[in-house]
Design a protein around this ligand. Sequence first.
Ligand SMILES: NC(=O)c1ccc[n+]([C@@H]2O[C@H](COP(=O)([O-])OP(=O)(O)OC[C@H]3O[C@@H](n4cnc5c(N)ncnc54)[C@H](OP(=O)(O)O)[C@@H]3O)[C@@H](O)[C@H]2O)c1
Length: 255
Amino acid sequence: MSEARNGAGGLEGRVALVTGASSGLGRASAVALAEAGADVALVARSEEDLRGTEGEVSGFGGRALVLPMDLASVEETTGAVERTLEKFGRVDVLVNAAGTDAPGTVEELDVEGWDRTLDVNLRAPFLLSKAVFAPMREAGGGLVVNVSSVAGKKGWANASAYCASKFGLAGFSQALADEGRVHGIRAVVLYPGAMATNWGVWTPEERREREQEEALPSRALPPEEVAAFIVWLASAPPGFVLTEAIITPIEEGLP
Ligand SMILES: NC(=O)c1ccc[n+]([C@@H]2O[C@H](COP(=O)([O-])OP(=O)(O)OC[C@H]3O[C@@H](n4cnc5c(N)ncnc54)[C@H](OP(=O)(O)O)[C@@H]3O)[C@@H](O)[C@H]2O)c1
């Protein structure tokens, strides 16, 4: 790890703000971006888990800013960019990886679960993108990665709020890409399939059960593989438009 940090990782002097950095894809992305040379601001609710990510980052000489917050709060979410700018002076990459869901049929789902899912999965990426836009424009460009899901391509039973938020995030990201294009700001929406994280249905026990019940693919994507793609995006040449990527395990096939 220290080799990449000390060598030419490509992101030296850059700053990334990563949500969901306490776990799974957000954590893997923050660590991989830091390994490539970036300073990282780490957002999630669990300070303890964010400290764990910070420990990994500082293990290879990276700088991290721990920002525990609930992304369902407008005030806390907006403050994340300000605090990142105060600490590091710039923000080049925003990764909106935090996500939540409210399972249940449409009949069962209550308004609170619907609102919370939409607030965390869709409103928070809007607020953060809004806050990073001017600093990125003034710096001549930047990257916003919005983590949707294959559930942002196809609706599933028992996941109406989640699917609505992920479809919405995709539309938001495409609009942002169109607005950002002339300023060198790239917005990319990712649609991952099954990833091997702590995410709801993918805990090891539940996964085993579901594998048997639903013949799920036997391999979920390691979040590090998706994180490597995000690092590539952060250092990709600026001269082309790239707005979305579907990333599924080979075994899962096309969505
Ligand atoms: N795993 C999959 O199979 C899969 C597939 C497609 C898409 N995705 C998407 O990938 C993204 C990352 O998920 P993951 O698989 O890495 O799951 P994960 O390990 O459970 O990570 C979810 C992250 O979101 C954060 N989070 C949740 N609610 C939050 C809130 N109110 N405020 C701040 N942070 C909050 C969690 O941190 P705290 O609990 O510390 O707040 C955690 O860091 C999500 O957007 C998810 O929808 C996952």
